[in-house]
Design a protein around this ligand. Structure first.
Ligand code: C2E
Ligand code: CA
Ligand code: CA
Length: 568
């Protein structure tokens, strides 16, 4: 770099080569003065000649002198105007070219003007432009390359996009695509093999989009191709692009299926600068991944969704600090006695502007961002505070925890500390976990749940039957209750197969020594069948929707009544 800089300085100081002899400004001015002096020098001679003349030269000389006296200043003025005018034009042209250099356009060269000083300056500028141009090319060749695949990198993609957008103004298509099973390949076959996959995939992309303007690797498993729209339209109509996304790769004799997803953004429809185009192609890629589509073209609605999501994440963080969550309670009834002896605690978010937000709209987001751990701690703090009140009204509480709460022992440690001071609480609380949340790391989940069970907490398996369900698998956990998902309960009065499935699930639960709760009971007919099939508890809109805490207390703690005769 310093070498390049030194040579630029040296070139700006270099003497001009003697090509076409150029007049210096000094010489030009000198010439003009000489001409004027010659004219002035003639005056005495004309005057003397007129004195000696016999044939009326005197009259002539008077006229000539008067004429000359007028012409000389006029000629001098004209010359100076011409000289300064031509210098100004040259300097203006020079400034324009210098400006274009500063904007990164090094192709212009300044032509000789015939004025030595200006030619010298323009030659220095021309030399500097040649060197900076060479340096630019060198930097582009090295700093804009991805070392592993030999493709260009993100910086080069942005650079080219900016150039294309500001100069050519042709319609473009930007595709970003990712190999989404690369992590698995890493884990199973190792890093070296995964590197081979990246290199081979890069080559394949270059082959398929051989007329692309840029093929780049943006990061780890994410690539990008920039194409003129006409080429994109052509290859997206054929199977070429799809071959890149769904095809298989042959590496070291092995055939490997790649799971790729691509997002497309078009210029100018989807963005007028490189950053927004790239961001929108990325949003489309994420949607492709989520919807298991090989390729998705950006739509305005995607962005609204993702900006709303981002805003919600920020607000969710604040909600914890600003205490915007509320507890709702849904009663659970003993099928045999018809009494409400339990209640499930369900969270709500009272958003200052958006109003009440239901858990399905923010719990998944809290789980994706890890914020759920803070929410669960907040929840346990509240439940510890209200449990004594509910116990005195003979109602026990159950709380939901998420898969992330089973990934480390933060919650367990927190509860253990609390347990030291309020050991009577644990026996009155049931912790609900879904089967899938125990599957990420079953050993760890088992150990943590055992820790809670040791303190006296009861453990319920939630939403049983909603996905892959195995009672044999669940036997290893210290479970005391099975909550059957509402998808297995609803419609049992009209679908006899569904009834048989529910019956065997209840029976299996009992065989394993578990209490069985039927969730989502909505109709009288469903209630009747649940009663006949022998479930221990029921929960559902037939009995009551989740209620604000105060309403629940008024309905069930102070005046408990029999629901088998008075459904809510
Ligand atoms: P879940 O644990 O299965 O909770 C029961 C959900 O089913 C509740 O929805 C409840 O309103 C709804 N439900 C109850 N009976 C009926 C019925 O008869 N018909 C129908 N259609 N729905 C019924 P909610 O309160 O919207 O909660 C949805 C989910 O959000 C919960 O499902 C739970 O997975 C999660 N959730 C709620 N509160 C918390 C919480 O404090 N922590 C965690 N981690 N998750 C929570
Ligand atoms: Ca639940
Ligand atoms: Ca449930």
């Amino acid at each position: 770099m310093t070498k390049v800089k030194d040579s630029i300085i040296a070139s700006t100081m270099a003497k001009p080569e003697p090509t076409k002899p150029a007049l210096s400004l000094k010489r030009k001015t000198f010439g003009l003065c000489l001409a004027c002096s010659a004219w002035v020098g003639l005056l005495p001679w004309v005057f003397l000649e007129s004195q000696r003349s016999d044939f009326g030269l005197f009259d002539l000389s008077i006229q000539a002198i008067t004429g000359l006296l007028l012409i000389i200043p006029l000629a001098s003025w004209l010359c100076s105007v011409l000289i300064t005018g031509s210098i100004r034009t040259d300097l203006f042209a020079l400034t324009q070219i210098a400006k274009s250099f500063s904007e990164g356009q090094y192709s212009h060269r300044f032509k000789s003007t015939g004025v030595a000083e200006i030619d010298q300056l323009s030659k220095s500028l021309n030399d500097m432009a040649t060197l900076v141009d060479e340096r630019d090319r060198y930097i582009r060749r090295t700093a804009y390359k991805d070392q592993l695949t030999g493709l260009h990198n993100r910086a080069y993609l942005i650079f080219t996009l900016r150039e294309r957008i500001s100069h050519a103004k042709e319609p473009l298509s930007l595709a970003t695509w990712s190999i989404d099973n690369l992590e698995n390949i890493n884990e199973v076959l190792g890093y070296d093999f995964a590197d081979q996959v990246l290199k081979t995939a890069a080559k394949k992309a270059q082959r398929i989009a051989k007329n692309s303007l840029v093929s780049a690797r943006l990061e780890g498993n994410v690539f990008s191709i920039l194409l003129p729209r006409s080429i994109f339209d052509r290859i997206s109509k054929t199977i070429d692009l799809r071959r890149l996304l769904i095809g298989e790769l042959k590496i070291s004799g092995h055939f490997l299926d790649l799971e790729c997803h691509a997002g497309i953004a078009h210029f100018p429809e989807h963005g007028e600068n490189p950053e927004s185009l790239l961001r929108r192609a990325e949003i489309a890629r994420q949607i492709a991944k989520k919807t298991h589509n090989p390729m998705v073209v950006f739509e305005e609605a995607f962005e609204q969704r993702s900006t709303k999501r981002l805003a919600l994440i920020g607000e969710l963080k604040k909600a914890i600090v600003q205490n915007e969550f509320e507890l709702y309670l849904q009663p659970k009834m003993s099928v045999r006695s018809g009494k409400v002896t339990q209640a499930e605690v369900l969270i709500r978010w009272r958003h200052p502007e958006r109003g009440m937000i239901q858990p399905n709209a923010f719990i998944p987001l809290a789980e994706q961002t890890g914020l759920i751990k803070n929410i669960t701690l907040w929840l346990f703090e509240q439940v510890y505070a209200i449990t004594p009140d509910f116990n005195s009204g003979n109602v026990q509480l159950s709380v939901n925890i998420s898969a992330l709460d089973l990934e480390d022992n933060t919650l367990l440690k927190w509860v253990e500390r609390k347990h030291k001071y309020q050991p009577q609480i644990a026996g009155n609380i049931t912790i609900e976990v879904t089967e899938s949340s125990t599957m990420r790391d079953p050993d760890q989940a088992c150990e943590l749940l055992q820790g809670f069970a040791n303190m006296g907490f009861k453990i319920a398996i939630d939403d049983f039957g909603s996905g892959y369900s195995s009672l044999a698998y669940l036997k290893r956990f210290p479970v005391t209750e099975l909550k059957i998902d509402r998808s297995l309960v609803q419609g049992i009065d009209i679908d006899s197969d569904a009834r048989v499935i529910l019956q065997s699930t209840i029976e299996m639960g009992h065989v394993m020594g578990l209490l069985v709760t039927a969730e989502g009971v909505e109709t009288d007919a469903e209630y009747q069948l649940i009663h006949e099939l022998g479930a221990d508890f029921l929960q559902g809109y037939w009995l009551s929707k989740p209620l604000p805490m105060q309403t629940f207390k008024e309905a069930y703690l102070f005046e408990p009544y029999d629901h088998t005769t008075q459904p809510a």
